[in-house]
Design a protein around this ligand. Structure first.
Ligand code: FMN
Length: 242
């Protein structure tokens, strides 16, 4: 089972997104999957030019020469693709959006009707894999992820892939500090790992496992108070430096 994971956070290996992504991938590896992780913020993935040369001029090949040339074969050849992005203004960040937009060469130009909906078919060699979303956000409520999940679900329908679930972690940046202050966050990481194992061994991720990844760790009022104190301290410290 081939898994291609893409983390689009500019924080790279220090990202909050990685805190959930890494145990998830670890769980898949433990269950026997062959897993590759790419930090796409390090790559040169330019925005789509919208020229459709990849359909109409050089089928399957983009007019731009950048690192997307290495990503396209990975996407085409994956049994499972993991899109891991921080939540930016209620959606995926621009780096991840560029990757999705630039995936269009994996589809054929022709319009077809599927499930009473206008779609494209996959090009030959583009496998009908599964997709998992991993995301981290700053706010406390799980519904902050709703627009992103809806977007990825719709993109899966367009890309002809099966949406297999989302690992969503509110106030993910604070997991280390919460652990230091005695809050039990280990179960969040354990659940992410179990989600990976479940996906490889059973083909699906249990709803209760996903709920554990997202679960409340501290009452909202207490969390907001702590964040605002932290921000005030950092701003004061930075002011002293200038
Ligand atoms: C430009 C920008 C926009 C953001 N928008 C949101 C948002 O709409 N909702 C939210 O809960 N958090 C938002 N955040 C917070 C990030 O999602 C949060 O800090 C996340 O944990 C960062 O993950 P990373 O370390 O993996 O990049 C935003 C952060 C930035 C920099």
């Amino acid at each position: 089972m081939k898994v291609s994971a893409f983390n689009s956070s500019p924080h790279l290996e220090k990202s909050a997104t990685d805190r959930i992504l890494l145990p998830f991938l670890d769980g898949m590896r433990t269950a026997g999957a062959q897993v590759e992780l790419v930090y796409i913020h390090r790559l040169d993935i330019k925005p789509c030019l919208g020229c459709l040369a990849c359909w109409l001029k050089t089928p399957g090949r983009c007019a731009q020469q950048d690192d997307m040339a290495d990503i396209l074969p990975r996407l085409a050849d994956s049994d499972i693709t993991v899109y891991a992005t921080p939540l930016y203004v209620d959606g995926m960040n621009a780096t991840m959006k560029n990757l999705l937009d630039r995936s269009v060469p994996l589809l054929q130009p022709w319009f077809v009707v599927s499930n009473d909906h206008c779609r494209h078919d996959r090009v030959e060699g583009n496998r009908a894999g599964k997709v998992v979303l991993v995301s981290a956000c700053g706010f406390t409520e799980i519904d902050n992820f709703d627009p992103l999940v809806a977007h990825i679900e719709a993109a899966c329908r367009n890309m002809r892939r099966e949406f297999a679930g989302a690992l969503l972690r509110p106030y993910a940046n604070s997991l280390p500090e919460l652990a230091e202050s005695g809050v039990d966050v280990d179960d969040v990481y354990d659940a992410a790992r179990e989600a990976g194992t479940q996906l490889i061994t059973t083909g699906r991720i249990g709803a209760d496992t996903l709920a554990r990844v997202s679960r409340e760790l501290i009452p909202r009022d207490r969390y907001i108070q702590a964040v605002n104190i932290h921000f005030r301290q950092v701003i004061r410290r930075n002011r002293r430096k200038v």
